[in-house]
Design a protein around this ligand. Sequence first.
Ligand SMILES: C[S@@+](CC[C@H](N)C(=O)[O-])C[C@H]1O[C@@H](n2cnc3c(N)ncnc32)[C@H](O)[C@@H]1O
Length: 274
Amino acid sequence: MTTETPEHLKCQVRDYWDAESCGEIYAMGDEPGSRMAALRRARYDLEPYIPEFAGFEDGAGRDVLEIGVGMGCDHLRWAESGPRSLTGVDLTDRAIEFTRDHLALQGLSSDLRQADAEHLPFDDASFDLVYSWGVLHHSPNTPRAIDEVLRMLRPGGVARVMIYHRWSMTGYMLWARYGLLAGRPWRSLAAIYASHLESPGTKAYTRNQARKMFGGFRDVTVEIQLNHGDLLQGEVGQRHRGPLLHMAKLLWPRWVIRKFFPRHGLYLMITATK
Ligand SMILES: C[S@@+](CC[C@H](N)C(=O)[O-])C[C@H]1O[C@@H](n2cnc3c(N)ncnc32)[C@H](O)[C@@H]1O
């Protein structure tokens, strides 16, 4: 586990995502429009459950906030839904610029700001819907970021949030690689996620821990989803490349995992009402 102070750790998180935004590897093509189209195609082909979970059509006529916009694929979908207002934040300027350009290519816009999920620059009860996909586990104080989601919502407003699940195939593979094969089998999954998944200090939670963090909400549902990393499909994250991974991708028993380990996915998809 990292021994950094939270503020230093947050700088490291920002530097990590400033070096390469999430999914940038899929943005291939000669012009910005074709690059973004390739990115969107790869994202929704690999993760077809995102639109169903997000329920982008529910943005119509609502005040929507997305926390951690990344390269703006989902933010574009929210913009297309016809919200009353759309706001997006991210810790990095890189993500904000990508997202602004991404929306502009489609003639759309949003109130985009560089901001920290743990200290959002908006008044209480400003939004009807808060969405965040794969972000809050990167922030050093995830419970505080979830409290901010609650603060942002009006009574009756809905949060749709994905954070990482501790008991995942991704975690077991990383443990095999950086614990067992590295001669350090005593390393905990928490330490492995913090050091080897994505930005430094990344966390992964059990369902019970997630429910506890969303304790201020009502009607909380928590679903587990196997993702493309658990199934070794596509690019499995900007940190992980090389011959061992290539070999594992050829041999990985995907149908066995889908059939017998569906509850060992990396994603916890949480829906909660204020
Ligand atoms: C894995 S990417 C996900 C981006 C996007 N939601 C997606 O699904 O592609 C994580 C994003 O969270 C952002 N992030 C990390 N910590 C944050 C914080 N404390 N406040 C706001 N954004 C944060 C990063 O800058 C990065 O863009």
